[in-house]
Design a protein around this ligand. Structure first.
Ligand code: SF4
Length: 419
């Protein structure tokens, strides 16, 4: 549990959980916040075609007595046409469909609710997984691209105090196929014209929904392969159009740099100094700002991909011009042209102490960065009227369901995701 008091000197009191498991490279600390890398649930999602590469799919088919070439056929249905129900595959023998639906194409995720915002240019979906765990994804249409924000974990163990998902804790890691199926369903929704202005093509995917992607590392890397590898292996998306965000798991950033998949790395920084970042992002107690920016720079050198720095502007907390200057100095000290800063005003949420910066403070922050030569783009806040920030919809629906049975008035979550 975390407690906060209002004002610019807000402090976050943290409890110590002695059983926390630390990731590779982490050190023990007595003043440890409630960070968890251990899932509360142990259940595994049913094994699925998208968990496996093509050879793996062939092997499964051979084991149940079907020819290996069917793996290519099933994979093209799934990745090229978005079809996941064997009953809809007319070129697959009827005698094979039941076995395929059990071995390679079990039903994985079911829509709980879907909300539209921004004149139909944003759709937020809440999905239920096989064990009742729930995750969110958000589809957003822009003039020059359509982007899907996906979840990599149910809940999150990073405990960022301003984030609805962080307050849930980590329920469990998603499987590769549970991540990939969010993309398949979004591609179908785009093609079917679910967003305003008719059919479109899903061009971009960002891992900025529920969860810390690098805490579910192996699964996320496999999902990246399914996204970028061409059919029949995967969707064949451009790695340049995929972004993986992190709050700063430094060893995993270095690992990702060596995977040969040049996705964009987004670092959710939110503060350029350790004093404040220790409060906003508990994992900063393990890897400090300097170590994180060094790793981000190494990622740029290894992949040639410019790194994004995400910075939620929170009123009177991290939005001072001196912090903008400190951020610019820290980035410039590591070179020029390797990084791009995306400040994003925090979505104001009723009852929360975490509120967005004033327009004037935002402008001053951006101008300070630009005056120091840092490429800076203010990101828009999509879906702020539909519990738009990550974790809010799941929490709101859970509260509604609970209140329907207790008769209590709905409670809006007072935390905010800003990645
Ligand atoms: S901000 Fe991101 S890393 Fe932090 S608790 Fe929320 S989902 Fe997890």
């Amino acid at each position: 549990m975390m407690t906060v008091s209002p004002g610019s000197s807000t402090r976050v009191r943290r409890e110590v959980r002695p059983t926390d498991q630390l990731p590779e490279g982490a050190t023990s600390s007595k003043a440890r916040p409630i960070i968890s890398f251990t899932a509360r649930r142990r259940g595994k999602a049913p094994s699925h075609l998208a968990d496996l590469d093509l050879d793996g799919r062939k092997k499964v088919l051979s084991e149940v007595g079907f020819p290996a070439f069917r793996a290519d056929q099933l994979s093209r249905h799934y990745f090229e046409h978005g079809v996941a129900d064997p009953e809809l595959m007319s070129d697959v023998p009827a005698s094979m469909r039941e076995v395929v639906s059990q071995t390679l194409l079990p039903h994985l995720i079911t829509k709980v609710t879907s909300l539209r915002a921004d004149d139909g240019e944003t759709i937020k979906d809440l999905w239920e997984l096989f064990d009742g765990a729930r995750v969110e994804s958000v589809l957003m249409r822009y003039p020059n691209r359509t982007t899907l924000c996906i979840s990599s974990q149910a809940g999150c163990g990073m405990a960022c105090p301003f984030c609805a998902t962080g307050q849930m804790g980590l329920t469990r890691n998603l499987s590769t196929a549970e991540i990939v199926d969010q993309v398949r369903l979004a591609r179908l929704a785009c093609a079917e014209g679910a967003l305003s202005e008719g059919p479109t093509h899903l061009s971009n995917v960002v891992f900025m929904g529920m969860g810390e992607p690098l805490a579910n590392y192996r699964t996320v890397v496999q999902a990246l392969h399914r996204l970028v590898d061409p059919a029949p292996e995967g969707f064949g998306m451009s790695a340049r159009n995929i972004t993986v965000s992190t709050v700063g798991l430094v060893p995993s950033i270095d690992r990702l740099a060596g995977e040969g998949i040049p996705v964009t790395l987004a670092v959710s920084l939110h503060a350029p100094d350790d004093d404040l970042r220790d409060e906003l992002i508990p994992i900063n107690s393990r890897w400090k700002v300097g170590e994180l920016l060094d790793a981000a720079r190494r990622y740029f050198v290894a992949t040639g991909r410019r790194v994004s720095i995400e910075y939620a502007l929170i009123r009177d907390m991290n939005d001072q011009p001196w912090r903008a200057q400190l951020l610019a100095d820290e980035l410039n000290r590591r070179g020029h042209g390797w990084v791009h800063v995306n400040p994003i005003p925090l979505n104001p949420t009723p009852g929360s102490i975490w509120t967005a910066s004033t327009r004037r403070a935002q402008n001053e922050f951006v101008e300070t960065l630009r005056a120091s030569g840092i490429v800076t783009t203010i990101r828009d806040t999509r879906g702020s009227d539909i519990d738009g920030a990550c974790g809010q919809l799941a929490t709101a629906v859970q509260n509604r369901e609970r209140n329907q049975s207790t008769g209590h008035a709905p409670v809006r979550p007072n935390t905010q995701e800003a990645r």
